[in-house]
Design a protein around this ligand. Structure first.
Ligand code: HEM
Length: 246
């Protein structure tokens, strides 16, 4: 077709190519955002596994638990100052959390806009079970992390009394009379479990690892990791509340 002869067709062709460019840029940045989500999510999953493992040292007694917390502050010494590695690690963790939340928010807004454009008549947007759980579970986990740091790291929230010993902070924090604190932890950790299960699954999809032949295996890995992390995190607070650790 010779668009050069017809100015209307020429305009149309320019508009179409601009739209295609816009769409492919948006597609490109969606892929970038999903990759950023998968990469930051992977760092957070690794952190959770190490943190869960460290928490289980509570069953080996106060010396083992506090020794572990102290050893974390000594990593890199004497090249780095006291807690130097911990602070570098905290920055990486914080950056991962912010990148994870930012990409989730932008992708959610973009998906919502795309749906509104497609349906001229506004229908009630059908939420899938997974997207709903991920979104609100994510919000609950973010609130939990803020509470959790004030509770067991800075100890500004200390219903059972303050302590310099991480072991004592943990034991004080989950005494039976503070059952509501334990309950909040249980709910948050279950939310973490669901988040991990779906997050590992969709992270694998982003990385292109979940070919049809491997889907069964990947699902099994996602479920197993989610269950291990959930149970591992639940054991210490429940053991304290039920008097098995004191
Ligand atoms: C439910 C069982 C959990 C227990 C008993 C627990 C225990 C602790 C303790 C004792 C600390 C302070 C460590 C120290 O000062 O040396 C801590 C820090 C922390 N926890 Fe947990 N935790 C649990 C679950 C979680 C979960 C599910 C998350 C994330 C979703 C999480 C994220 C963090 C973060 C970000 C810190 C701050 C680390 C830092 O000092 O930079 N924890 N936790």
């Amino acid at each position: 077709m010779d668009v050069g002869l017809n100015p209307n067709l020429k305009l149309q062709a320019v508009a179409n190519s601009t739209l295609t460019k816009k769409r492919s840029t948006a597609y490109g940045s969606t892929v970038a955002l999903k990759s950023a989500m998968a990469a930051s999510g992977a760092i957070l999953v690794l952190y959770l596994i190490v943190h869960m493992y460290g928490n289980l040292k509570v069953f080996s007694g106060q010396a083992a638990f506090d020794g572990y917390a102290h050893a974390l502050r000594e990593i890199g010494s004497p090249i780095l100052p006291e807690s130097g590695f911990l602070w570098i690690f905290r920055m990486v963790l914080l950056a991962s959390i912010l990148i994870h939340i930012y990409s989730a928010a932008v992708l959610t807004i973009r998906a919502r806009k795309a749906r509104e454009q497609r349906y001229v008549v506004k229908k009630r947007v059908q939420r899938t079970y997974a997207s709903y759980t991920m979104r609100w579970g994510g919000v609950l986990i973010a609130l939990f992390v803020v509470f959790h740091i004030l509770h067991l790291t800075t100890n500004d929230i200390a219903p059972g009394g303050k302590s310099d010993s991480p072991y004592e902070r943990l034991v004080n924090g989950f005494q039976p009379e503070f059952w509501y604190v334990t309950l909040f932890y249980v709910l948050a950790v279950i939310a973490v479990g669901f988040h991990l299960r779906h997050g590992i699954w969709s992270g694998m999809a982003t990385l292109g690892v979940n070919k049809a032949s491997r889907q069964g295996k990947i699902n099994a890995v996602a479920v197993a990791l989610a269950v291990i992390v959930t149970v591992g995190f639940l054991l210490p607070p429940l053991a304290v509340t039920f008097g098995l650790v004191n």
